[in-house]
Each structure stands twice: as C-alpha cells, then as structure tokens.
Design a protein around this ligand. Structure first.
Ligand code: GLA
Length: 381
C-alpha cells in the first residue's frame, strides 16, 4: 500500500509524500457503552488506512481516494460538510485543527487502505485519525495523541453527523501490538491487556449487510439512554450517566419509562459489568469465561438493545453447538457488519466451510472472513 500511495502521489502531484497510517479496530467486549461513560475493550488491527501528504503552496486541499479512484478539491479557507462523501472525514478533521488554532496550509493527499468499508471495523475513524496525524506531521503541529482522538471524534459528530462515542478513534490512535485496551470512557484512563490466545484465534465474519438506517438508529439509542438518565436524575442524586446506575435503580423508573427504553439502560449496566469481568478473566487466563461473556453480550445487544439483525443473530447462533468456538457476538454499532469469534486455530477451515454453506443457503450471500492481529496505533512510516 505504501508503494501504491507513493507512485500515485508522484503521478498526480509530482512529489514524494510523507506517509502515515492509522488502523481499523475490533472490540472484544463493551458495545454502546462508550457514549454512556462506560467501559470498552477494543484493539487496533492489522488492517489500516494509509495517507500520503505534501504541501502544495495553494489554498486548496486536493485529495485522491485510491479506493474510489476519485479526486476531490476543497478550499481550505471556506468549506462545509459533504455528508455521505468520503472527503467529509478529511474536511471534518481539517476544520477541527483550524478551530483549535493550527494554521493548516494547502496540501495534496492520496489515501487508501485495506479496512473493509461498512464492515464495522471503523474505516472512517481510521481515515479521520490518519488525516489528522498526517496534517500534524506535515505542518509540525505538536498535537498530543489524546487531542487527536478528540478532533477525529468531533469530525465525525459535526461533519459526518454520527454522534459516535470515543472508542473507535481511541483504539485507532492508541492501539498496542498484541494487546486489547480496557478504556474507561468516563475519565479516559486505560490499561493494556495482552491478548494471549494460545491455540485460539480471533476471526471476524462479515455479514455483507449494512442497513441504511444504522446511523439514525445509533443516534436514537443515544437519546434513549439519555432519557433513562434524565428520569433517574429526578429520582436519585449524583447520577450523571448510566454508569452511575445499578440494575435495582431501574426498578424505581418502571412507572415512568416504557419497557423497551428501560431495557436499553439494563443492557448498558450489564455490559459494563461484563467488561470488568472480561478483564478479570483475561488476567486469570480464563478464555472460556471470556467466550461466555461474549455470548451474553450478544444476547443483550440483540434482545435488550435491539441493534442486531437476522444475519448477525444467525451467525452467532450457528457457532453455539461448535465446541471449538469459545465465544461469538456482533461487533460495533450493529445492524450489519461483522461478528467477532474466538475459535481453535485448527478448526478455522471447517468453521469457514460450515458457515459459508449455511449462510449462503439462508441468505443467498457469501460471508467474508477476516483473520486479524492486534497492532500499534497511528504511526508515521
Ligand atoms: C460505533 C461507534 C462507537 C461505539 C460503537 C458501539 O462503532 O463509532 O463509538 O459506540 O459503535 O460500541
């Protein structure tokens, strides 16, 4: 990919670019908890977004997407979001840096990578982080990593229009080879846990579906969680987010909130506990327990949080009788994308065959499989 960026850059802009990359992410457990000030356990992976950049002496940003084979130019002195277009992520980060007082000058950029788009591996977060880091490296801005994470997240909120939490951008920037990160999204304290899987490995199964309403539903879940918090604040003191509630606190709210919305709160409270339990199990080397927690997480995401879909449920259910699978669950925002599975290395082939056949039979579609390794976060090449 590095070579391709370099040669394309030379062809288009007659210069040698500075190159950076930023990875996609997986999440072992802790879904939809980030925007509720809870716990998550993501990791950066060896599928990445690469960005080549150089100054152009103009007041324009000229960008070329290798994946879309398309060029896009915007005036860095005046631009606005172009929702649904890939360039919006780069514009969003540029705007954030400018707002923070960094003097972004005209630049040329070529980007591309091997993170599948729409598979729930956060290709957009990786692009935001890579673009932000590329601008910082090119113009010598001294931006702390955590600020980069915040700028990238804000770009998603303000330009892409998704009220995402901080997990994806944090994992992309802060990832560490061979480790998952347990992040407390309330104060952003974090701890790296080595993920030592022994005879087991992680395998993602891509449903090849992405429901178009996913973004709207995502924002709606956020509002439902806020509704539970608002109601709790009228009954209890010291409640800032769902993080501050216990399951028994929800009992008092039954009279005021409908069951569905209450279920959202229940799920978040339980999911936070599962992340803590997973970190304990990892410390004890108890992978069986980790797997059980993953199944429980899926059950909650599907039944209480309602962000799964038929395809994801089917893939998880299929693994249940397989004694070589320790755990399986949907991963990321939901409504499509991937499941994350922990299974015996020696059984990967049989697993792929079995899943492919049944999935094709039921949905007339072939799923994709991604074997991933845990990698370092955003870096300059
Ligand atoms: C998306 C968001 C994240 C997080 C997950 C669900 O990936 O970008 O912030 O909320 O969904 O865990």
């Amino acid at each position: 990919m590095r070579k391709l960026i370099e040669t394309t850059f030379k062809d288009l802009f007659q210069k040698v670019p500075l190159i950076v990359n930023s990875p996609g992410r997986i999440n072992l457990i802790g879904e939809h908890t980030d925007y509720n000030e809870g716990f998550v356990m993501p990791a950066a992976i060896d599928k990445k977004m690469y960005v080549g950049i150089a100054e152009n002496g103009l007041s324009n940003a000229r960008i070329y997407s290798l994946d879309f084979q398309e060029e896009f130019t915007f005036d860095i002195r005046s631009f606005s979001p172009k929702k649904g277009h890939w360039a919006t992520y780069i514009m969003g980060v540029t705007a954030q840096l400018q707002q923070a007082g960094y003097q972004v000058k005209g630049f040329d950029m070529v980007f591309g990578g091997d993170i599948p788009v729409g598979a729930g591996l956060s290709s957009s977060a990786a692009l935001e982080c890579a673009a932000g880091f590329a601008l910082a490296s090119l113009f010598g801005f001294d931006i702390p990593r955590l600020s980069l994470v915040h700028y990238a997240q804000k770009a998603e909120h303000l330009f892409a229009g998704v009220q995402c939490g901080i997990m994806d951008q944090f994992a992309s920037v802060m990832g560490k080879k061979g480790h998952v990160i347990r992040l407390d999204c309330r104060d952003l304290s974090y701890e790296y846990f080595p993920l030592d899987l022994g005879d087991y490995q992680i395998l993602l199964v891509d449903t090849q579906v992405k429901h178009s309403l996913a973004d709207t539903a995502y924002n709606r879940r956020r509002n439902e969680c806020a509704e539970v918090v608002l109601m709790a604040q009228q009954n209890l003191v010291g409640v800032k987010s769902l993080r501050d509630l216990r399951l028994k606190d929800l009992d008092q709210l039954k009279a005021y909130i409908n069951e569905e919305v209450l279920g959202r709160g229940e799920f978040i409270i339980e999911e936070n506990e599962r992340v803590i339990d997973t970190s304990k199990a990892l410390k004890e080397g108890n992978l069986k327990k980790v797997g059980e927690l993953m199944y429980a997480s899926h059950e909650g995401l599907s039944k209480k949080y309602s962000v799964s879909c038929t395809e994801l449920d089917f893939l998880v259910e299929m693994t249940q009788p397989m004694d070589y699978v320790l755990g399986s669950r949907m991963m990321g925002g939901g409504f499509g994308g991937c499941t994350i599975n922990i299974l015996k290395k020696e059984s990967v082939e049989i697993f792929k065959e079995t899943i492919t056949a049944s999935y094709a039979d039921k949905f007339k579609k072939t799923p994709k499989f991604y074997e991933v390794n845990l990698e370092e976060g955003t870096s300059r090449l």
